[in-house]
Design a protein around this ligand. Structure first.
Ligand SMILES: *Cc1c(COP(=O)(O)O)cnc(C)c1O
Length: 426
């Protein structure tokens, strides 16, 4: 019989993501979940206030998703997706295209957010190549995060995450996040680059997640998108984190008029249940790959492309997502956030309190520079863990990004712990 704790066994064999293994505290062993709660080996509950790295939307071990998965597992668990197809993949594509911006026509499956971005970049670059006009440049935002594979890192802002690899990443022209003050300068910069040589612009619409929950204005963003669209620069919307209701609307691109050419989805796509990535495209992009010439094929695919179980989890999540109760929950969270934001604004120890949909964020004022390596992060993480609340700050940026099913009481507990922290820091 195994008597050693999960946490102790882990320390012998596991290498964790984004973790300095020498100094990190032993991980907490989680054995089950229900709603917004996760339970450890001693049956102590933790409130998952950041949706398990932003993926969970309906709560943990949701019975509807679990049941659909169990049924599918008994039918078909996996099948090669070149030359063959299956109901979950086709059903999901049909249902996704119904709720995405109406210019989207084709669904390409992969495994996660980073691969969804890799696929988008390859689609955009090869689109121009297939049309016989090579375009050499790419645009992205400074401080962006699009994933951890090499292509996704290349279009991400250069940072402590990419530092070691910077000279091996391909060149990208980075734009400032648009404001009323800098928008004309940004547009002039793009003009100076020669728009005819720019293949695509990839962006996180309205919200830079890993970059520190940076929120920017839809009006100036729309001006930038309109300019790019008029210049025939392909628009790649990375909705990996903003998709499925996070920002209030179903997709962040619903806040602007200009429609993207390509959309990347993952995270909330399966309700946070299984790994799945989706890259969708317009008819124009798709048609540029149609040819008698095999060299115009999109040569990309993963072993687990369109895994039937992952697609089933996404379909079950979609059932819950389109239920009006889900939108009502998001609205409820938003309203509670509005009230808490007003309260936060009276504290001088914090700055830049902000809110978008179900996400509330602010910085804690410290003597050190803002940013991911700000040493306050570990201290705050410990503080909340001791109160059994899962909040994992990005440097000195603290944010709440809960599953939509979080109850008012649970949310009040999260707010209460933040109140306590601010009192201690003041
Ligand atoms: C998390 C994230 C990714 C990468 O997704 P993974 O599934 O972690 O590879 C890409 N883009 C954005 C905006 C993200 O937040």
């Amino acid at each position: 019989m195994q008597t050693t704790s999960l946490s102790a066994r882990d320390l012998d064999v596991i290498w964790h993501p984004y973790t300095q293994m020498q100094t990190a505290p032993a991980p907490i062993g989680i054995v089950r979940g229900q709603g917004a709660l996760l339970f450890d080996e001693n049956n102590q509950s933790y409130i998952d206030a950041t949706s398990s790295w932003w993926v969970n939307i309906h709560g943990h071990a949701h019975p509807h998703i679990a049941q659909q998965l169990a049924l599918q597992a008994g039918q078909l668990e996996h099948c090669i997706f070149a030359g063959y197809t299956h109901p979950p993949a086709v059903n999901l594509a049909e249902r996704l295209l119904k709720i995405l911006p109406d210019n989207q026509r084709r669904v390409f499956y992969s495994d996660n957010g980073s691969t969804a971005i890799e696929v988008a970049l390859k689609m955009a670059i090869q689109y121009w190549d297939n049309k016989g006009t090579r375009r050499n440049k790419l645009l992205a935002f400074q401080n962006a995060y699009h994933g951890d594979t090499f292509g996704a890192m290349s279009v991400s802002g250069r940072s402590v995450f990419t530092r070691v690899f910077d000279d091996r990443l391909f060149d990208v022209h980075f734009l400032e996040v648009p404001t009323a003050e800098n928008i004309s300068r940004i547009i002039n910069d793009i003009k100076a680059l020669d728009p005819e040589d720019i293949a695509a612009f990839v962006f996180e619409p309205l919200l830079q997640g890993s970059g520190g929950m940076v929120m920017y204005d839809a009006g100036v963003f729309e001006q930038l998108l309109q300019f790019c669209a008029a210049s025939n620069i392909l628009l790649i919307a990375d909705e990996v984190m903003t998709g499925f209701g996070r920002t209030g609307k179903n997709f962040a691109m619903e806040y602007v008029q200009t429609q993207p050419d390509i959309i990347c989805l993952s995270k909330g796509l399966t309700g946070g249940t299984m790994a799945l990535g989706v890259t969708t495209s317009t008819a124009a992009i798709y048609e540029a790959f149609l040819s008698a010439d095999k060299l115009k094929t999109l040569f990309h695919g993963h072993s687990f492309t369109a895994n039937p179980l992952a697609c089933t989890a996404a379909l079950a999540s979609m059932d819950l997502f389109i239920d009006p109760a889900c939108a009502a929950n998001r609205e409820r969270i938003h309203e509670k956030h509005v009230a808490f934001l007003a309260e936060l604004s009276t504290h001088t120890i914090i700055k830049n309190p902000r809110l978008l949909g179900t996400i509330l964020a602010f910085e804690i004022v410290t003597a050190n520079a803002d940013g991911y390596t700000n040493s306050l992060a570990d201290e705050l993480h410990r503080f909340f863990k001791a109160r059994r609340i899962m909040l994992r700050p990005l440097g000195n940026t603290l944010y709440i990004l809960p599953p939509y099913c979080i109850t008012d009481e649970q949310l009040d507990q999260v707010y209460g712990s933040i109140r306590e922290l601010l009192q201690q820091l003041a």
